[in-house]
Design a protein around this ligand. Structure first.
Ligand SMILES: C[S@@+](CC[C@H](N)C(=O)[O-])C[C@H]1O[C@@H](n2cnc3c(N)ncnc32)[C@H](O)[C@@H]1O
Length: 231
């Protein structure tokens, strides 16, 4: 019998949107897999270094794995997060979990916010539509443009930062957002174990205690770096 992985959301409306996006992601996955295989063969035949085809990835979902989204939800609930930042929103899969956590943390009239960031305008429109369909539009501010610009001012102390985007920006983003996080805030970065070289500049920063974080690599499905801001 397949194991039933519990979903902490308990929100039928949001879960229906997530199921729709999951189906879209599953359809895309075969194209991503074929593209990856073709690249491996090309590299093997030409002995060239791998290159990433940014144009091919431009319109793809590439969502955060559901287990990691659920971890982010639970961490945001535990932190009583009111101001959450996300680098890399795409169609809004992880954003739905983050926005649900902020909504569920709402206390007597105080409404928190998830600041999402996405550079592709068509994805911004899709993400806004998906968040509205999930009933969570009031809890997100999806900023269109380069996160190195759009995250310069998050409007107050941040409780949680999700890093789920292209690795080449990771160091720049953490340097911009870290000073805006409160002590006790958590930073979650995806695929750090799978891409140690690409993430080197990021891990050099976040694992250096003099930058104010204590950090660990959670070795699950590509590895998630979890870092807590201590000062
Ligand atoms: C892995 S996807 C994010 C997936 C999303 N978190 C989810 O769970 O559905 C990474 C996204 O980051 C976006 N991106 C890449 N560079 C960016 C930048 N400099 N500023 C903002 N967004 C960027 C890409 O267009 C892509 O949609």
């Amino acid at each position: 019998m397949p194991e039933v992985i519990p979903n902490p959301l308990h929100d039928g409306r949001a879960e229906a949107v997530l199921a729709k996006l999951q189906a879209q992601g599953d359809r895309e996955f075969k194209y991503l897999a074929a593209h990856g295989l073709a690249g491996m063969i090309r590299r093997w035949m030409t002995r060239r270094k791998p290159d990433i085809h940014w144009d091919f990835l431009r319109d793809k979902l590439i969502p955060l794995h559901p287990d990691k989204c659920r971890l982010a939800y639970v961490l945001c609930r535990s932190l009583n997060a009111q101001r959450v930042v996300e680098f890399g929103t795409s169609f809004g899969v992880s954003t739905i979990y983050l926005a649900a956590a902020v909504r569920d943390n709402a206390q007597s009239g105080r409404r928190g916010i998830v600041i999402g960031t996405e550079i592709e305008p068509t994805k911004v429109a899709a993400a806004r539509g998906n968040l509205a369909e999930a009933g969570l539009a009031d809890f997100v501010d999806i900023r269109e443009g380069d996160a190195l610009e759009t995250l310069k001012d998050i409007g107050g102390p941040g409780d949680f930062l999700l890093m789920d985007s292209w690795t080449r920006y990771a160091r720049g983003i953490i340097e911009i957002v870290a000073p805006q996080l409160r002590p006790g805030a958590i930073v979650m970065a995806d695929n750090v174990g799978q891409l140690p070289g690409a993430y080197r500049a990021y891990t050099d920063y976040i694992r250096n205690p003099s930058n104010g974080f204590r950090s660990m690599l959670w070795p699950y499905k590509g590895g998630v770096e979890l870092s807590v801001k201590v000062d």
